[in-house]
Design a binder for this molecule. Structure first.
Ligand code: HMG
Ligand code: MG
Length: 299
């Protein structure tokens, strides 16, 4: 078995940080992640710069990257305007993002769920013309910061709609990191009625410390695409209380233990995580990185 890791650190990881990285620091981060073996890096986000100022320089970052062959440099786009900016900047894949909760949709992208799907239609058409694949995200699949519980049936219906519109795969986001393996089982049991695991990815934030076990449960359902962020960075400015994403280092360590291939060099990854945490002035959230760096200090 092989798992594809989708590195969202340069986007999800940085979009909510008080301390901003310069474009040069972001470029170095993305280039080092690709060098460490991550072949899918979400490099930025073409949302409104007033809504998420941390991503305002995504145009410059994507344009100035040294690219490695075989690596996808993706970007988040909320609408056609965002798509046009992503295309001009040389993104090689784009991601649209919807939510399974009406209130979160309003807070995050200023429209209802059904309006968001209408906004995605011209994006899907333009991406098809340009030959760019599109990924779909659904936020709040295991709970919403405003509405609480979210019904698996709601996530199921939205997943089917995004796939029918032409999304290559749908990434299921536990935006506020409240779900457990039991919630994952209930959701994937529902989705498996009509959606194959090869069309799904998981995107687990780690607020309640459940992300790794949620990913383990997802692997059991045949899902083989896992979103993660170096050093466990991450959060959404419109999801109060949400902690970072599962740390890429921790997922790599777990996959190694399971004998599942992933193609990523853990030593390089730990060094990248340490560097970005030093730039941001924050503690590394990866337990694996912390264990390995403290062992190195004792040696
Ligand atoms: P809006 O204000 O409703 O937009 O924002 P609008 O269409 O009414 O346009 C208003 C103005 O914004 C216009 O300018 C547009 O041109 C401009 P004006 O005519 O007034 O000068 N505009 C843009 N400018 C630049 N780039 C654009 C763009 N679109 C419109 N793309 C909008 C709607 C969606 C733009 C706004 O709500 C927004 O940017 N939201 C982004 C929120 C966000 O980035 N959240 C974090 C990412 S999602 C996430 O983290 C979850 C995820 O990780 C999965 C998980 O964990 O669950 C993916
Ligand atoms: Mg996220």
């Amino acid at each position: 078995m092989r798992v594809r890791l989708v590195e969202v650190g340069p986007r999800d990881g940085l979009q909510n940080q008080a301390q901003r990285l310069s474009a040069t620091q972001k470029i170095e981060l993305i280039e080092r992640l690709a060098q460490a073996g991550l072949d899918y890096v979400e490099a930025g986000s073409f949302v409104h710069p007033r809504w998420v100022p941390q991503m305002a320089d995504s145009d410059q970052v994507l344009r100035s990257l040294s690219r490695r062959p075989g690596v996808t440099y993706a970007a988040l786009v909320p609408n056609l305007k965002g798509f046009e900016r992503a295309l001009l900047s040389g993104a090689t894949e784009v991601a649209v993002f919807a939510a399974a909760s009406e209130t979160f949709s309003q807070k995050n992208i200023n429209c209802s769920i059904s309006e968001s799907l209408t906004r995605f239609e011209p994006v899907m058409a333009a991406a098809k013309t340009a030959g760019l694949p599109v990924r779909g995200y659904i936020s709040c699949v295991l709970g919403c910061p405003y509405e609480g519980e979210v019904a698996p049936a709601q996530v199921h219906s939205l997943t089917e709609q995004l796939l029918a519109m032409g999304c290559r795969e749908v990434s299921l986001g536990d935006t506020i990191g409240v779900g457990t393996a039991g919630h994952v089982d209930r959701l994937l049991s529902r989705l498996s009625q009509t959606v194959g695991p090869e069309r799904l990815a998981v995107h687990m934030h780690d607020t309640y410390g459940q992300a790794l076990s949620n990913i383990y449960a997802s692997l059991d359902w045949g899902i083989s695409v896992v979103d993660c962020a170096v050093a466990g960075l991450g959060g959404c400015p419109y999801a109060p209380g949400a902690a970072g994403n599962v740390a890429t280092e921790d997922v790599v360590y777990m996959l190694d233990g399971l004998g599942i291939e992933h193609g990523v060099d853990l030593t390089q990854l730990v060094s990248i995580g340490e560097q970005v945490c030093a730039h941001l002035g924050r503690q590394n959230q990866s337990r694996v990185a912390r264990a390995l760096t403290s062992q190195a200090g004792r040696a």
